[in-house]
Design a protein around this ligand. Structure first.
Ligand SMILES: C[S@@+](CC[C@H](N)C(=O)[O-])C[C@H]1O[C@@H](n2cnc3c(N)ncnc32)[C@H](O)[C@@H]1O
Length: 376
């Protein structure tokens, strides 16, 4: 059963119209849109609507808690804005937000300042529960250093936090998640589907220490960005970048994770070829998982959107060559590579690699990004 949490008492869109000081955030956004250059490719900003859509499922987790947004300028970030506006409704104890090498109130940080700023916000006396712009700005203080989430002063703030919520820099994702695990923190963060395949991340998913949140509509995120939108599919909006494969990652309990996938297909050997080099069947779509098959199955990584730990066990990640070898996948072999090339397939595979492959109608196929699972 999907758990259904009630919506927040504060209706965000109304607040955005009614409270002039909130336009401060939006002015900052617009100012940045015209700038041509930025330092790194990490400057993607999360829309308030996407934050609301994800976090409305976690409401009970926040009561009495200290929340840290550690890649977020407190004057600009929509994560910060979300927690300030909902501070009372969520029953938060404290919000801490730190940013990286930024002093300017501009959305697209060039990370040019040596120092950064932060806020420790514990609520307001305003009867509405919403602080004034002046009240927020008065509480913004300088950090001693550059605000790097790995710096000593940021780690001290991390230690104080119960739950970390942000969209961290994708270029540092491995380190970012490793730090959360080292300090045993609860978190809801935005990442990319590719990160699931990382050696540092997949074992956490396999061992049920990390799972997918609710994510973005249609599996594609639209971030506020001044980078050129290079996507070829879906909606395109000026000032936004479409990123397909954006996911929410969390270790907070959510109802969706315990819903069984309803399986309707039956196992027919001809429709589910067994890998030639490993005793698991190949399943092309999560909805095609046969309900009557108890052995090992290779399913697309998107299965994790629907994964329930009560229904399936995750065995391994076919994107991890070390695991493939350990698990006993046999090398694909020179003959098969020759055949593959004669089919026009130029995939980066060599004869000694334990790449999972199937043969259908005499043709070699390399199913993409499979994970191996088993029914419980
Ligand atoms: C993907 S953006 C997201 C920004 C904001 N969290 C949001 O969702 O709108 C990642 C942010 O992390 C910042 N960043 C880059 N390196 C960092 C570091 N070492 N420590 C903390 N923040 C960093 C970038 O400046 C950027 O603003």
């Amino acid at each position: 059963m999907r758990l259904c949490f009630s919506m927040y008492s504060i209706e965000m869109s109304k607040i955005l119209c009614n409270f002039a000081h909130i336009q401060h955030f939006q002015m900052a956004n617009n100012k940045g849109l015209g700038k041509a250059k930025v330092g790194k490719k990490d400057e993607f900003y999360t829309q308030l609507s996407d934050i609301e859509n994800e976090l409305r499922h976690y409401k009970p987790h926040f009561k009495g808690k200290v929340v840290l947004c550690n890649c977020d300028d407190p004057r600009i970030s929509n994560f910060t804005q979300y927690f300030i506006l909902n501070f009372k409704a969520l029953g938060l104890k404290k919000l801490i937000a730190t940013c990286y090498k930024n002093q300017n109130v501009e959305l697209f940080s060039e990370n040019a300042a040596e120092k950064a700023v932060y806020i420790e916000y514990c609520g307001t006396d305003e009867p509405s529960g919403i602080p004034t712009k002046e009240e927020i700005l008065k509480q913004v203080k300088e950090l001693k250093g550059d605000g790097d989430f790995r710096s000593r002063e940021c780690i001290e703030l991390l230690k104080e936090a119960d739950i970390v919520v942000t969209n961290p820099p994708f270029s540092l994702f491995r380190e970012y998640i490793a730090q959360l695990i080292t300090y045993d923190k609860k978190f809801v963060i935005i990442g990319h589907q590719n990160a699931i395949k990382y050696k540092e991340v997949f074992p956490l998913i396999r061992d049920n220490k990390l799972w997918l949140g609710y994510g973005f509509k249609g599996g594609a995120a639209h971030f506020i960005s001044e980078y050129e939108d290079t996507a070829v599919a879906g909606n395109h909006k000026k000032g936004m970048r479409r990123v397909s494969g954006g996911v929410g990652l969390t270790n907070l309990e959510i109802g969706e994770r315990h819903e069984d996938i309803i399986l309707v297909r039956k196992y027919i050997p001809e429709e589910y070829p067994t890998f030639e080099n490993y005793p698991a069947i190949n399943v092309d779509k999560t909805s095609d998982i046969p309900e009557d098959y108890d052995g090992l199955m290779g399913v697309p990584i998107t299965f994790l959107d629907k994964y329930s730990p009560e229904q399936f066990e995750i065995i391994g990640n076919c994107c991890d060559t070390d695991w493939l070898r350990e698990a006993g996948f046999k090398p694909i072999g020179a003959e098969n590579i020759k055949k593959l090339r004669s089919q026009g397939n130029m995939a980066h595979v060599t004869a000694n690699m334990p790449t999972p492959y199937i043969i259908t109608n005499g043709k070699i196929e390399l199913p993409y990004a499979r994970i191996i699972i088993k029914k419980k």
